[in-house]
Design a protein around this ligand. Sequence first.
Ligand SMILES: C[S@@+](CC[C@H](N)C(=O)[O-])C[C@H]1O[C@@H](n2cnc3c(N)ncnc32)[C@H](O)[C@@H]1O
Length: 280
Amino acid sequence: MLSYRHSFHAGNHADVLKHTVQSLIITALKEKEKPFLYLDTHSGAGRYQLHGEHAERTGEYREGIGRIWQRDDIPAEMEAYLQVVRSYNSGGQLRYYPGSPLIARQLLREQDTLNLTELHPTDFSLLRQEFARDDRARVVREDGYLQLKSRLPPAARRGVILIDPPYELKTDYQAVVDGIQEGYRRFATGVYALWYPVVLRQQIKRLLKALEETGIRRILQIELAVLPDSDRHGMTASGMIVINPPWKLEAQMKSLLPWLHQVLVPEGTGHTRVEWVVPE
Ligand SMILES: C[S@@+](CC[C@H](N)C(=O)[O-])C[C@H]1O[C@@H](n2cnc3c(N)ncnc32)[C@H](O)[C@@H]1O
């Protein structure tokens, strides 16, 4: 079943959080000259049209990137990410949203490499076109979870792994834990960044418990909620679980999240959280 299309949700508050964390991790990895691998297990199409039928139907981007991209009081932690967004929207109008592969492409250097996988036939072909002339990238229509076995450890022994499934299958909640365990067994020093939606809080509690039970240490949780937890249908919050976060990430997100929450949720509902699920 592949009914999920990210084009309906691109640029929403969850993308803003996810891509800010992604860009901070990449920026930290660039502090050393040595190359690294960017592995994106669920890459999506790459570029999203915000005035296309899908994005306009939900209008989610207006309450996400739409609230941020032209502000003049942007905190330093968001600069790298927003520079990428602005580079796709130079006319002063918000027309395109760059997904995780395009953000990585722009932030990575000549010596770094990208491994991108996407299963949906349409999104895969869009993604492949985007990267047709980028020698650093391997773009394949394969199961992203399998990359955690076949592509790790990277030759340079440095890397960031973004795991961003749609969770349209309930099995994704277990598959991400199994995938992380597989990857970590091969590459324990990698930075693993897992995105999650909060639809039912119990599901996330179970996910965190399962991650704790793997025995992996240094697991940081970063969350931004736009609404209180609820039993009703719909995403009230989203978060990133980062294993082996760069040392500055905790402080960066603690400093940024109150501002981001206030800008994204002027009504003040919801919460923010930066907490160790498992410390050192
Ligand atoms: C949330 S979207 C990805 C968004 C993208 N990471 C970004 O931030 O721009 C999830 C994508 O995973 C794809 N997908 C679902 N299951 C997959 C699998 N097992 N392997 C690779 N891609 C998968 C879906 O088609 C969808 O495009």
